[in-house]
Design a protein around this ligand. Structure first.
Ligand code: ASP
Length: 317
């Protein structure tokens, strides 16, 4: 399909992770402001004629630079105290996809994921090999320390004391803690869909562990015939639920609405002992933002063109 540009088709959503907030949590004003600002900027990209892929990679790159979330700078740390970052981008037009996993030296993992999609014949590159390709492609390289903030070192120490491998954000002692994984979904003015996700994964994870964010058809998915999806939560459960492909199949083969399909796939996540949520945009522009955790940091722009932000279930947006 190469439809003419029509700004009324534009839809956008992003997330900054799902999890539990301690009862004494503050209003999360900094996180809300960042989500709103980035959602509005990404919509400008779409209104100026940018593609869905342009908008989701733009938003996720901005979120990677923001230390309030678990991606890029401020990512959580593995058992060895190292950031090992996962990211993926998916293009609905042709099911294009690029992903990277367990990288520690690439300034923007989502930029590298996009480069894998657009500039290599591959879909998923990992670790040292991915980093060599990033350097060869001229992307900005950094030392792992570039990503580490003191809060994540404290969270790693706390997780080690109990032996937990933790979703990044459950932290009673830090009421205004940096939050979760980031992702974005968009429908552009030509009706094409795209999704992108970036994360540090789980605190105290084993070295080499790869989560759902980097797995096309699990935590990141886009197909113009159904929907675009970015997930957050217990990555192993989202992979076992084949979340993105699960939602796609329910829409295409069972005729379910995007809300029904996401809810059913989230049930599969729960059955796999997982918690979390997703942001999704259907091919008809419907936005679905379901979660089975306490909170989902989210912002979205529907047909009204106005950005809304919510964290708790009953937030007005
Ligand atoms: N889903 C991510 C992972 O398992 C973590 C998260 O969303 O917080 O890597």
């Amino acid at each position: 399909m190469n439809a003419p540009f029509d700004a009324s088709r534009i839809r956008f959503a992003l997330h900054g992770g799902a999890g539990e907030l301690p009862a004494n949590a503050g209003p999360q004003d900094r996180q809300r402001a960042a989500l709103r600002d980035i959602a509005e900027s990404a919509c400008r990209v779409l209104r100026e004629g940018g593609s869905a892929v342009d908008a989701v990679t733009f938003a996720v790159e901005r979120l990677e630079l923001c230390p309030l979330f678990n991606a890029g700078i401020g990512a959580v740390l593995n058992r060895d105290g190292l950031p090992e970052l996962d990211a993926a981008v998916a293009r609905g037009e042709d099911r294009g996809c690029g992903a990277v996993a367990a990288v520690s030296r690439v300034a923007s993992p989502i930029q590298l994921a996009r480069a894998v999609m657009e500039r290599t014949p591959h879909v998923l590159l990992v670790g040292g090999g991915a980093e060599r390709v990033a350097a060869d492609l001229g992307l900005t390289m950094v030392e792992p320390a570039h990503f580490i903030i003191p809060l994540r070192l404290e969270q790693l120490e706390a997780a080690k004391r109990t032996g937990a491998i933790a979703l990044d954000h459950v932290d009673d002692d830090v009421p205004d803690a940096a939050f979760g994984t980031v992702g974005a979904v968009a429908r552009d003015g030509r009706g094409h869909l795209a999704a992108a996700t970036s994360t540090g994964g789980l605190t105290n994870k084993l070295p080499g562990r790869v989560g759902d964010s980097a797995v096309f058809g699990a935590g990141t998915f886009a197909d113009d015939s159904s929907c675009a999806i970015s997930c957050t939560g217990t990555g192993e459960a989202f992979i076992r639920a084949a979340f993105g492909q699960n939602v796609h199949g329910r829409i295409v083969f069972r005729g379910q609405s995007i809300d029904q399909a996401c809810a059913a796939a989230l049930d599969d996540v729960r059955r796999a002992n997982g918690v979390g949520g997703c942001i999704a945009i259907g091919r008809d522009g419907t936005i679905s933002l379901p979660f089975n955790a306490g909170v989902l940091y989210r912002a979205w722009v529907d047909q009204s063109g106005i950005a809304k932000v919510a964290i708790r279930r009953d937030d007005a947006g």
